[in-house]
Design a protein around this ligand. Sequence first.
Ligand SMILES: Nc1ncnc2c1ncn2[C@@H]1O[C@H](COP(=O)(O)OP(=O)(O)OP(=O)(O)O)[C@@H](O)[C@H]1O
Ligand SMILES: [Mg+2]
Length: 246
Amino acid sequence: MSDPVLRATALTRTYHDGARPRPALRDVSLEVARGDWVAVTGPSGCGKSTLLHLLGGLDRPDGGEVWLAGRRLDDRSESARARLRRRHVGVVFQFFNLVPTMTAVGNVELPLLLAGVGRREARRRALAILDELGVAEIADATPSGLSGGQQQRVALARAVVHRPDVLLADEPTGALDSGSAEVVLDLLRRRHAAGQTIVLVTHDHRVAAAADRVVTMLDGQLVDERRLGDPARRPATYANLLGLEG
Ligand SMILES: Nc1ncnc2c1ncn2[C@@H]1O[C@H](COP(=O)(O)OP(=O)(O)OP(=O)(O)O)[C@@H](O)[C@H]1O
Ligand SMILES: [Mg+2]
């Protein structure tokens, strides 16, 4: 078997901004094989976003290691992590983090321009993916003029447009109605079928059910991990699958 594209070992992260230290991650290890789709679930505050940020090198752990595409990520400088991220990772942030002064299409083409793709080709690809996500008509609007759901789709477009080795997506359907969530899920399914590795945080059972593996977190730890069966033969909802309903 080939090496995992993403490997985290014994990650810990404690925040020190309040009266007492707040442990957000405790001894979390996770391996993600190339082409795998992992859904991360768990209650609010259990550490999902913290984990995703560490996996993408957006933050550094207090202990443990993160390896991305065969390179250690966590012990590098901010700028070295940014360079690796640019090459290998696409991130959908929980709160989008679009560049407010740029248009939607400007945000989406940014990773391509940074990768050296020519302006015209970058624009073409950015518009194509906005179209695929059903938001082509807002290409020239700036983020402040967009709804949460529109911003979320622009953020997803930006994260996948350069076909990163790993897509890290934090609640990428959290701001969407069910119709738009289905459009997003379809795009993720198509990308996954084409080999895209995905690590996705979600509260939505339908979204989790589309993954190959579901890991559950509680109080900063991974408490459960299961591999789902053939998508065609899966029960309608992940909750059914786990026998949590009915
Ligand atoms: N920048 C920060 N500074 C201080 N504490 C933080 C920070 N980010 C997260 N925390 C705390 O760390 C814990 C884990 O937070 P995290 O955002 O990872 O949870 P989450 O599972 O993503 O929650 P949600 O489902 O609400 O997004 C929480 O107790 C949170 O309050
Ligand atoms: Mg979160």
